[in-house]
Design a protein around this ligand. Sequence first.
Ligand SMILES: NC(=O)c1ccc[n+]([C@@H]2O[C@H](COP(=O)([O-])OP(=O)(O)OC[C@H]3O[C@@H](n4cnc5c(N)ncnc54)[C@H](OP(=O)(O)O)[C@@H]3O)[C@@H](O)[C@H]2O)c1
Length: 255
Amino acid sequence: MSKTHLFDLDGKIAFVSGASRGIGEAIAHLLAQQGAHVIVSSRKLDGCQPVADAIVAAGGKATAVACHIGELEQIQQVFTSIREQFGRLDILVNNAATNPQFCNVLDTDVSAFQKTVDVNIRGYFFMSVEAGKLMRENGAGSIINVASINAVSPGHFQGIYSMTKAAVVNMTKVFAKECAQFGIRCNALLPGLTDTRFASALVKNDTILNAALQQIPLKRVADPKEMAGAVLYLASAASSYTTGTALNVDGGYLS
Ligand SMILES: NC(=O)c1ccc[n+]([C@@H]2O[C@H](COP(=O)([O-])OP(=O)(O)OC[C@H]3O[C@@H](n4cnc5c(N)ncnc54)[C@H](OP(=O)(O)O)[C@@H]3O)[C@@H](O)[C@H]2O)c1
Protein backbone atom coordinates (compact mmCIF):
# COMPACT_ATOMS: atom_id res chain seq x y z
CA MET A 1 0.00 0.00 0.00
CA SER A 2 1.47 3.37 -0.98
CA LYS A 3 1.28 6.51 1.16
CA THR A 4 -1.16 9.28 0.20
CA HIS A 5 -0.06 12.23 -1.93
CA LEU A 6 -3.14 14.25 -0.90
CA PHE A 7 -1.00 16.60 1.20
CA ASP A 8 1.81 17.09 -1.35
CA LEU A 9 2.45 20.67 -2.49
CA ASP A 10 5.24 19.99 -4.99
CA GLY A 11 5.42 22.74 -7.65
CA LYS A 12 2.99 25.02 -5.79
CA ILE A 13 3.67 28.69 -5.05
CA ALA A 14 2.40 29.81 -1.64
CA PHE A 15 2.31 33.30 -0.12
CA VAL A 16 2.11 33.55 3.69
CA SER A 17 1.60 36.98 5.27
CA GLY A 18 2.90 37.53 8.79
CA ALA A 19 5.36 34.68 8.33
CA SER A 20 8.33 36.20 10.18
CA ARG A 21 7.21 34.66 13.48
CA GLY A 22 4.39 32.90 15.34
CA ILE A 23 1.64 31.05 13.50
CA GLY A 24 2.71 32.34 10.06
CA GLU A 25 6.27 31.09 10.53
CA ALA A 26 4.99 27.61 11.48
CA ILE A 27 2.69 27.59 8.43
CA ALA A 28 5.54 28.67 6.11
CA HIS A 29 7.77 25.85 7.35
CA LEU A 30 5.12 23.15 6.94
CA LEU A 31 4.02 24.26 3.45
CA ALA A 32 7.69 24.30 2.37
CA GLN A 33 8.27 20.88 3.94
CA GLN A 34 5.43 19.57 1.75
CA GLY A 35 7.13 20.92 -1.39
CA ALA A 36 5.73 24.43 -1.92
CA HIS A 37 7.91 27.41 -2.81
CA VAL A 38 6.92 29.73 0.04
CA ILE A 39 6.93 33.51 -0.23
CA VAL A 40 7.61 34.52 3.37
CA SER A 41 6.19 37.99 4.01
CA SER A 42 5.69 40.59 6.74
CA ARG A 43 6.29 44.34 7.06
CA LYS A 44 10.00 43.86 7.72
CA LEU A 45 12.28 42.05 5.29
CA ASP A 46 14.88 41.49 8.01
CA GLY A 47 12.29 39.52 9.96
CA CYS A 48 11.34 37.35 6.97
CA GLN A 49 14.81 36.63 5.56
CA PRO A 50 15.90 34.35 8.46
CA VAL A 51 12.71 32.29 8.06
CA ALA A 52 13.27 31.94 4.29
CA ASP A 53 16.95 31.11 4.92
CA ALA A 54 16.00 28.41 7.45
CA ILE A 55 13.60 26.84 4.94
CA VAL A 56 16.28 26.82 2.23
CA ALA A 57 18.87 25.45 4.69
CA ALA A 58 16.46 22.58 5.43
CA GLY A 59 16.25 21.78 1.69
CA GLY A 60 13.09 23.73 0.88
CA LYS A 61 12.27 26.64 -1.42
CA ALA A 62 11.49 30.11 -0.10
CA THR A 63 11.73 33.82 -0.89
CA ALA A 64 11.44 36.70 1.59
CA VAL A 65 9.34 39.73 0.60
CA ALA A 66 8.27 42.80 2.60
CA CYS A 67 4.60 43.82 2.38
CA HIS A 68 2.54 45.88 4.82
CA ILE A 69 -0.95 44.57 4.14
CA GLY A 70 -2.50 47.78 5.52
CA GLU A 71 -0.95 49.68 2.57
CA LEU A 72 -2.76 49.17 -0.74
CA GLU A 73 0.24 50.25 -2.88
CA GLN A 74 2.41 47.61 -1.19
CA ILE A 75 -0.19 44.94 -1.99
CA GLN A 76 -0.17 46.03 -5.65
CA GLN A 77 3.64 46.01 -5.74
CA VAL A 78 3.98 42.58 -4.20
CA PHE A 79 1.54 41.04 -6.69
CA THR A 80 3.32 42.73 -9.60
CA SER A 81 6.52 41.08 -8.44
CA ILE A 82 4.85 37.67 -7.86
CA ARG A 83 3.49 37.86 -11.42
CA GLU A 84 6.94 38.74 -12.81
CA GLN A 85 8.91 36.23 -10.76
CA PHE A 86 6.54 33.23 -10.63
CA GLY A 87 3.69 33.97 -13.07
CA ARG A 88 1.26 32.18 -10.78
CA LEU A 89 0.03 31.77 -7.22
CA ASP A 90 -1.53 28.57 -5.91
CA ILE A 91 -1.97 29.26 -2.20
CA LEU A 92 -2.55 32.49 -0.27
CA VAL A 93 -2.49 32.40 3.52
CA ASN A 94 -3.84 35.68 4.91
CA ASN A 95 -2.35 35.45 8.38
CA ALA A 96 -0.92 38.88 9.35
CA ALA A 97 -3.32 40.84 11.55
CA THR A 98 -3.25 43.56 14.14
CA ASN A 99 -4.87 44.24 17.52
CA PRO A 100 -3.46 47.59 18.64
CA GLN A 101 -5.78 48.38 21.54
CA PHE A 102 -6.84 46.29 24.55
CA CYS A 103 -9.65 48.23 26.26
CA ASN A 104 -13.34 48.54 27.01
CA VAL A 105 -15.25 49.06 23.77
CA LEU A 106 -16.36 52.54 24.95
CA ASP A 107 -12.72 53.62 25.09
CA THR A 108 -11.91 52.56 21.51
CA ASP A 109 -9.56 55.05 19.92
CA VAL A 110 -10.47 56.03 16.34
CA SER A 111 -6.90 55.53 15.08
CA ALA A 112 -6.81 52.01 16.57
CA PHE A 113 -10.22 51.34 14.98
CA GLN A 114 -8.97 52.53 11.58
CA LYS A 115 -5.70 50.57 11.75
CA THR A 116 -7.50 47.37 12.72
CA VAL A 117 -10.00 47.71 9.87
CA ASP A 118 -7.30 48.68 7.34
CA VAL A 119 -5.14 45.65 8.11
CA ASN A 120 -7.59 42.95 9.18
CA ILE A 121 -10.42 43.64 6.71
CA ARG A 122 -9.12 45.79 3.83
CA GLY A 123 -5.75 44.02 3.83
CA TYR A 124 -7.21 40.50 3.76
CA PHE A 125 -9.76 41.60 1.15
CA PHE A 126 -7.38 43.13 -1.39
CA MET A 127 -4.76 40.42 -0.87
CA SER A 128 -7.52 37.95 -1.76
CA VAL A 129 -8.67 40.02 -4.77
CA GLU A 130 -5.14 40.19 -6.20
CA ALA A 131 -4.45 36.52 -5.46
CA GLY A 132 -7.84 35.57 -6.91
CA LYS A 133 -7.07 37.32 -10.21
CA LEU A 134 -3.83 35.35 -10.56
CA MET A 135 -5.46 32.07 -9.49
CA ARG A 136 -8.32 32.63 -11.97
CA GLU A 137 -5.78 32.69 -14.83
CA ASN A 138 -4.66 29.24 -13.70
CA GLY A 139 -8.15 27.92 -13.00
CA ALA A 140 -7.18 26.87 -9.48
CA GLY A 141 -6.14 28.13 -6.08
CA SER A 142 -6.70 27.99 -2.35
CA ILE A 143 -7.10 31.02 -0.08
CA ILE A 144 -6.86 30.49 3.67
CA ASN A 145 -7.86 33.30 6.01
CA VAL A 146 -6.54 33.11 9.55
CA ALA A 147 -9.43 34.52 11.61
CA SER A 148 -9.89 33.75 15.32
CA ILE A 149 -12.26 32.21 17.85
CA ASN A 150 -13.04 35.87 18.58
CA ALA A 151 -14.99 35.88 15.29
CA VAL A 152 -17.60 33.75 17.06
CA SER A 153 -17.20 34.82 20.68
CA PRO A 154 -15.68 38.32 21.12
CA GLY A 155 -12.58 38.43 23.31
CA HIS A 156 -12.65 40.54 26.49
CA PHE A 157 -11.44 44.10 25.71
CA GLN A 158 -10.85 43.08 22.06
CA GLY A 159 -13.95 44.65 20.51
CA ILE A 160 -12.86 46.00 17.16
CA TYR A 161 -10.38 43.14 16.64
CA SER A 162 -13.17 40.60 17.24
CA MET A 163 -15.48 42.43 14.84
CA THR A 164 -12.85 42.36 12.08
CA LYS A 165 -12.34 38.63 12.60
CA ALA A 166 -16.10 38.07 12.21
CA ALA A 167 -15.86 40.05 8.96
CA VAL A 168 -13.06 37.75 7.81
CA VAL A 169 -15.31 34.72 8.28
CA ASN A 170 -18.03 36.37 6.16
CA MET A 171 -15.41 37.45 3.60
CA THR A 172 -14.32 33.81 3.38
CA LYS A 173 -17.86 32.79 2.39
CA VAL A 174 -18.07 35.63 -0.18
CA PHE A 175 -14.88 34.50 -1.94
CA ALA A 176 -15.90 30.83 -1.65
CA LYS A 177 -19.23 31.47 -3.34
CA GLU A 178 -18.06 33.90 -6.03
CA CYS A 179 -14.74 32.30 -6.92
CA ALA A 180 -15.69 28.61 -6.94
CA GLN A 181 -16.47 29.01 -10.67
CA PHE A 182 -12.79 29.89 -11.22
CA GLY A 183 -11.54 26.79 -9.37
CA ILE A 184 -10.65 28.83 -6.29
CA ARG A 185 -11.50 27.60 -2.80
CA CYS A 186 -11.51 29.87 0.25
CA ASN A 187 -11.61 28.74 3.88
CA ALA A 188 -10.99 30.24 7.30
CA LEU A 189 -8.98 28.95 10.24
CA LEU A 190 -10.15 29.98 13.72
CA PRO A 191 -7.22 29.55 16.09
CA GLY A 192 -7.71 29.47 19.81
CA LEU A 193 -5.23 30.96 22.25
CA THR A 194 -1.76 30.28 20.81
CA ASP A 195 1.60 30.97 22.40
CA THR A 196 2.99 33.80 20.23
CA ARG A 197 4.15 37.38 20.71
CA PHE A 198 0.68 38.53 19.60
CA ALA A 199 -0.93 36.74 22.56
CA SER A 200 1.83 37.42 25.08
CA ALA A 201 -0.30 39.92 27.06
CA LEU A 202 -2.76 37.07 27.66
CA VAL A 203 -0.41 34.11 27.94
CA LYS A 204 2.19 35.77 30.19
CA ASN A 205 -0.39 37.12 32.69
CA ASP A 206 -1.18 34.28 35.15
CA THR A 207 -4.59 35.67 36.12
CA ILE A 208 -5.75 36.04 32.50
CA LEU A 209 -4.16 32.74 31.48
CA ASN A 210 -5.83 30.76 34.28
CA ALA A 211 -9.21 32.31 33.46
CA ALA A 212 -8.71 31.39 29.78
CA LEU A 213 -7.67 27.82 30.59
CA GLN A 214 -10.94 27.29 32.50
CA GLN A 215 -12.72 27.65 29.16
CA ILE A 216 -10.41 25.42 27.11
CA PRO A 217 -11.31 21.72 27.41
CA LEU A 218 -7.75 20.66 26.47
CA LYS A 219 -6.50 22.86 29.37
CA ARG A 220 -3.53 24.39 27.57
CA VAL A 221 -2.68 27.02 24.98
CA ALA A 222 -1.68 25.92 21.48
CA ASP A 223 1.81 25.78 20.03
CA PRO A 224 1.93 27.70 16.68
CA LYS A 225 2.85 24.40 14.94
CA GLU A 226 -0.57 23.05 15.93
CA MET A 227 -2.21 25.57 13.56
CA ALA A 228 -0.09 24.59 10.55
CA GLY A 229 -1.57 21.11 9.96
CA ALA A 230 -5.06 22.57 9.50
CA VAL A 231 -3.68 25.10 6.99
CA LEU A 232 -1.91 22.31 5.09
CA TYR A 233 -5.23 20.44 4.86
CA LEU A 234 -6.98 23.56 3.50
CA ALA A 235 -4.11 24.32 1.08
CA SER A 236 -3.82 20.83 -0.38
CA ALA A 237 -5.83 18.41 -2.51
CA ALA A 238 -6.95 16.74 0.73
CA SER A 239 -9.59 19.50 1.05
CA SER A 240 -10.65 19.58 -2.63
CA TYR A 241 -14.38 19.54 -1.71
CA THR A 242 -14.05 22.00 1.21
CA THR A 243 -14.81 25.66 0.63
CA GLY A 244 -16.46 28.45 2.62
CA THR A 245 -15.81 26.69 5.90
CA ALA A 246 -14.48 28.01 9.20
CA LEU A 247 -12.29 25.43 10.91
CA ASN A 248 -11.91 25.80 14.70
CA VAL A 249 -8.52 24.77 16.06
CA ASP A 250 -9.13 25.84 19.61
CA GLY A 251 -8.66 23.00 22.09
CA GLY A 252 -12.45 22.69 22.23
CA TYR A 253 -13.09 26.31 23.35
CA LEU A 254 -16.04 26.91 20.98
CA SER A 255 -17.61 23.48 21.51
N1 LIG B 1 -1.85 34.01 18.99
C1 LIG B 1 -3.13 33.80 19.22
O1 LIG B 1 -3.55 33.45 20.34
C2 LIG B 1 -4.13 33.95 18.11
C3 LIG B 1 -5.44 33.51 18.35
C4 LIG B 1 -6.38 33.64 17.33
C5 LIG B 1 -6.01 34.17 16.10
N2 LIG B 1 -4.73 34.57 15.91
C6 LIG B 1 -4.41 35.13 14.59
O2 LIG B 1 -3.27 34.47 14.07
C7 LIG B 1 -2.59 35.34 13.17
C8 LIG B 1 -1.11 35.36 13.48
O3 LIG B 1 -0.94 35.80 14.80
P1 LIG B 1 0.35 35.41 15.69
O4 LIG B 1 -0.19 35.13 17.04
O5 LIG B 1 1.19 34.41 14.99
O6 LIG B 1 1.08 36.83 15.75
P2 LIG B 1 2.65 37.26 15.86
O7 LIG B 1 3.46 36.15 16.41
O8 LIG B 1 2.65 38.56 16.56
O9 LIG B 1 3.06 37.47 14.34
C9 LIG B 1 2.43 38.46 13.57
C10 LIG B 1 3.06 38.48 12.19
O10 LIG B 1 2.37 39.43 11.39
C11 LIG B 1 3.29 40.38 10.85
N3 LIG B 1 2.55 41.63 10.69
C12 LIG B 1 1.97 42.39 11.65
N4 LIG B 1 1.32 43.44 11.10
C13 LIG B 1 1.48 43.32 9.75
C14 LIG B 1 1.05 44.08 8.63
N5 LIG B 1 0.32 45.19 8.78
N6 LIG B 1 1.40 43.67 7.39
C15 LIG B 1 2.13 42.55 7.22
N7 LIG B 1 2.59 41.80 8.24
C16 LIG B 1 2.26 42.18 9.49
C17 LIG B 1 4.45 40.38 11.84
O11 LIG B 1 5.69 40.76 11.30
P3 LIG B 1 6.20 42.30 11.13
O12 LIG B 1 6.19 42.89 12.49
O13 LIG B 1 7.56 42.18 10.50
O14 LIG B 1 5.22 42.92 10.20
C18 LIG B 1 4.50 38.90 12.19
O15 LIG B 1 5.17 38.19 11.17
C19 LIG B 1 -3.31 36.69 13.27
O16 LIG B 1 -4.24 36.78 12.22
C20 LIG B 1 -4.05 36.60 14.60
O17 LIG B 1 -5.20 37.42 14.62
C21 LIG B 1 -3.78 34.48 16.86
